[in-house]
Design a protein around this ligand. Structure first.
Ligand code: MG
Length: 255
């Protein structure tokens, strides 16, 4: 049994393949990864380990977060964007793309429109709430591009978004919704969550990665969090924030 908290902590130093959530784990929402964190990730690579970043956001956002990606030595990370529905290998080549079908998008946008019509959202920009990322649609209750300091105060414990989902259940045969990064709901094809996509990625024969050599670090592994689906797929390590994540990675490098 792979535990998150309260059980046996994984032996991180023995791991070969490190998966990282981005928002709240490697960086604050929609801000670049700090140079100190980037250097630690590159040091992980130099130690012979692999690094894969996993996020609900798209590749454009990942490149903003990690400007060295695929352009500097030791910054050859794999990337699972849009909850892993767009997968890139360590050279930046697309491994797979799992786009939403038009009828799935219609279903999602119809639901979002109903919720927005029924609720009043006090937001800085009405036009900044819905992003169609191709393989995922993300609905922010405040604004994707709002100042990060404001976003972090909107729903830090996810209680507002949990209440919205309870009040307006999203029922679909074909699409799943999960509470996403800081202010969002992420919609994607049913079952194609972070956990499923990480399992598929690890299983790629050309990598030859072993499940027990992999570990995922995330800030939202608890029930309802957007890292929860990884629990049980590979070992997981909960971190509070980027500073805590840096401390954990430094510990791996020093062991
Ligand atoms: Mg996160």
């Amino acid at each position: 049994m792979k535990m998150t908290t309260g059980g046996t902590e994984p032996n991180l130093a023995a791991k070969r393949h490190f998966f990282f959530d981005v928002d709240g784990t490697l960086a604050r929402s929609h801000t670049p990864v700090e140079p100190s964190m980037r250097e630690l990730l590159q040091a992980l690579r130099r130690s012979g380990r692999t690094v894969t970043v996993v996020t609900g956001s798209d590749l454009h956002y990942i490149k903003q977060s990690i400007p060295c990606l695929w352009s500097e030595a030791d910054c050859d990370f794999s990337a699972l964007a849009q909850s892993g529905n767009m997968a890139y290998d360590a050279q930046g080549s697309v491994v797979w793309e799992r786009p939403l079908r038009e009828e799935q998008k219609r279903e999602i946008l119809g639901y979002v429109a109903r919720v927005r019509a029924a609720e009043r959202f006090d937001v800085p920009d009405e036009g900044d709430l819905v992003q169609d990322r191709g393989s995922q649609v993300s609905f922010s209750i405040y604004g994707h591009n709002a100042p990060v300091g404001e976003k972090e105060t909107v729903d830090p414990d996810m209680s507002k978004r949990k209440a919205l989902l309870q009040k307006y259940p999203f029922v679909s045969q074909d699409v799943d919704v999960r509470i996403g990064g800081t202010t969002t709901f992420d919609f994607f094809a049913k079952g194609f969550n972070k956990g499923r996509n990480i399992a598929d990625f690890i299983a790629l024969p050309r990598f030859g990665w072993k499940e027990e050599e992999c570990v995922y670090l995330g800030d939202r592994l608890e029930p309802g969090g957007n890292d929860e689906t990884v629990v049980g797929v590979i070992d997981t390590k909960a971190v509070r924030d980027p500073a805590d994540c840096e401390r954990v990675v430094r510990g791996v490098l020093e062991s």
